[in-house]
Design a protein around this ligand. Structure first.
Ligand code: ZN
Length: 92
């Protein structure tokens, strides 16, 4: 079992990037004493949200990886987890 703590995730309206593509998520790296965090667009749900969460987590954990590798990992892990029934459940 890991003792690792999860990154904080903020769900908000993200809009578009500089090229005009809809942003699904952002990895915000640690800056001084401000811890790293992930932002996910509020319209991204279901398997896309799972994939975005994995994608941005991989960016934070392995900043040396190229975008293509991060995208491949995000898609593969999300498809695998989704196929095995992993879903978001609201915890109260
Ligand atoms: Zn990326």
């Amino acid at each position: 079992m890991t003792t690792r703590k999860p990154y904080k995730v903020v769900v908000k309206k993200l809009g578009k990037d500089e090229q005009g593509y809809k942003l699904h998520g952002l990895a915000i790296y640690r800056h001084g004493r401000k811890p790293a965090r992930i932002e996910i667009d509020e319209t991204v749900v279901g398997q896309d949200k799972l994939e975005t969460l994995i994608h941005e987590t991989v960016h934070l954990e392995a900043p040396y990886l190229e975008e293509e590798a991060v995208t491949d990992i995000g898609e593969a892990v999300a498809v695998q987890l989704w196929a095995h029934g992993y879903r978001l459940t609201e915890v109260k």
